[in-house]
Ligand binder design. Structure first.
Ligand code: NAD
Length: 478
């Protein structure tokens, strides 16, 4: 096992000053195939110095120039899609077709960065100009997750760069090689040394060191709610701006007036994409009693048709879970639901004893207090429940302390508006999957986090506001 994933500090790839490393595991075989270098505190110090030094220069580069570099990086990423997608599949497990879509769709913020508009406020006296300007906030500490190693990391890297910030990003140790290739695209595009620094290592050690560091002005984390709460507290303690994109438990509501066939088709695609390891994946299916039987039968048939296997095999629809602890988590959710009287209509178990394969699973009669209905499953489990009253199902959908994404199916404009207004969720998608584009804000409410990625809101996360009041010399002298 000679291959090693390296860290990238101040424009140079390195195995880390202390020579520490961990294994990288192929989730389809369970076998380690490479190692990943772990940054030491001395490495982090070098990254902090590089991020602070390069920020002073990078913030003065015009947004047009920065946009050109981001476009060049995006072009390189697209040219290299096939090779990077293969890395995503090898280390994360998703089918190659999904990995290709992830990589090819990871071009963010090149245009938005040119729209960091300020404001002119009418003054109370002649000759005075009151300006509101947007400035890059400063060096960023980013923490990205393993479920979309390229498309999650790029939101933080490109957002920071577009705004004029430098970044130290800790990418997931599970999926280092695809993150390395993403960062290489920025370096090859001509982004100056020190502006993007990539580290791996002990997540808690890195976040506890970087977040309080005086050079860091902004924290951006995507991951689980418990970890997000800890990082949010640390950021607050040091008065650092923070974006938290955490988990959810998305309701998927099929109204009496919906087309159940369409809903099943999209429900299966969204539920089992990336083996359910998607923060915005539907995880509670509420189906009006008129369609309940038909919807459930079709959903089970669809789940059983999915081909589960290594993401590299042609025709595979669902790969392994990304790591062995997700297998245990799935088994725990199913056992708890069954103990409380739920019925497993299909799946419910691990497939084979090599790799992290878990069957596409459909359950009914899951009590509302079962763990599966209150904790984010982050895996291929689909509990289906029935409802008869729209207000009642909205209350059930809103009953959890999270609110990231919500989905609804209805043919009525009135119901669509009603649901859109009442669902407590950062994003509501009605009759289709319409979230997660670079130009639209992605983010949650309640314990799903705060702040957005994407759109003008995503850029705003890396900017700070400065107010300048100036009076002309003639007026000042008068
Ligand atoms: P976890 O809570 O151990 O870790 C979640 C992520 O946070 C990982 O990427 C991990 O490397 C990182 N992390 C953990 N401790 C950290 C720390 N102290 N400082 C900085 N980063 C830290 O969970 P897991 O088993 O890796 O993943 C499963 C859970 O994570 C799921 O339940 C899901 O809710 C959540 N998750 C969410 C997203 C998302 O897109 N919002 C992505 C991946 C995982």
């Amino acid at each position: 096992m000679t291959e090693q994933a390296q860290i990238f500090i101040d424009g140079a790839w390195t195995g880390g000053e202390a020579g520490r490393c961990g294994d990288v595991i192929d989730p389809a075989s369970g076998q380690a195939f490479a190692t990943v270098a772990h940054a030491s505190l001395a490495d982090l110090d070098r990254a902090l110095r590089a991020a602070a030094r390069s920020f002073a220069e990078w913030r003065t580069v015009s947004s047009y120039e920065r946009s050109k570099l981001l476009r060049r990086a995006a072009d390189l990423l697209r040219q290299r899609t096939e090779a990077i997608a293969a890395l995503v599949t090898r280390e994360q497990g998703k089918p190659l077709s999904e990995a290709r879509l992830e990589v090819a769709g990871s071009a963010w913020y090149a245009e938005e960065g040119r729209r960091a508009y300020g404001r002119l406020i009418p003054a109370r006296a002649p000759g005075i100009r009151q300006l509101v300007v947007k400035e890059p906030i400063g060096p960023v500490a980013g923490f990205s997750p393993w479920n979309f190693p390229v498309s999650q990391a790029v939101r933080k890297i490109a957002g920071a760069l577009a705004a004029g910030c430098s970044i130290i990003i800790k990418c997931p140790e599970e999926t280092p090689f695809s993150c390395i290739e993403l960062v290489r695209c920025f370096a090859d595009a001509g982004v100056p040394a020190g502006v993007v620094n990539l580290v791996f290592g002990e997540p808690a050690e890195i976040s506890q060191y970087l977040i309080p560091a005086p050079q860091i002005r902004k924290v951006s984390f995507t991951g689980s709610i418990p970890v997000g709460k800890r990082l949010g507290m640390l950021a607050a303690q040091h008065v650092k701006r923070c974006t938290l994109e955490l988990g959810g438990h998305a309701p998927f509501i099929v109204c009496a007036d919906a087309d159940p066939e369409e809903a099943v088709k999209l429900g299966i695609a969204l539920k089992f994409r990336n083996a359910g390891q998607v923060c915005a994946a539907p995880s509670r299916f509420y189906v009006h009693e008129r369609h309940y039987r038909r919807f459930t039968d079709a959903f089970v048939a669809g789940a059983e048709q999915l081909k589960v296997g290594p993401g590299t095999e042609p025709g595979v629809n669902m790969g392994p879970l990304a790591n062995a602890r997700r297998l245990e988590a799935m088994a725990g959710f199913v056992a708890d639901a069954e103990a409380r009287g739920a019925k497993v209509l299909t799946g419910g178990r691990r497939i084979g004893n090599q790799g992290n394969f878990f069957a596409a699973t459909v359950l009914t009669d899951v009590p509302e207090d079962a763990r599966l209905m209150v904790e984010e499953p982050f895996g291929p489990l689909a509990p289906i429940a029935r409802f008869s009253d729209l207000d009642d199902v909205i209350a059930r959908a809103n009953s959890l302390p999270y609110g990231l994404a919500a989905f609804a199916f209805t043919r009525s404009e009135r119901n669509a508006t009603y649901l859109g207004d009442r669902l407590e969720s950062g994003m509501v998608s009605i009759n289709h999957f319409g979230i997660a584009a670079p130009e639209t804000p992605f983010g949650g409410v309640k314990e799903s986090g705060y702040g957005s990625e994407g759109g003008s809101e995503g850029l705003e996360a890396f900017l700070q506001t400065k107010f300048i009041s100036q009076v002309g010399l003639r007026e000042a002298a008068a």
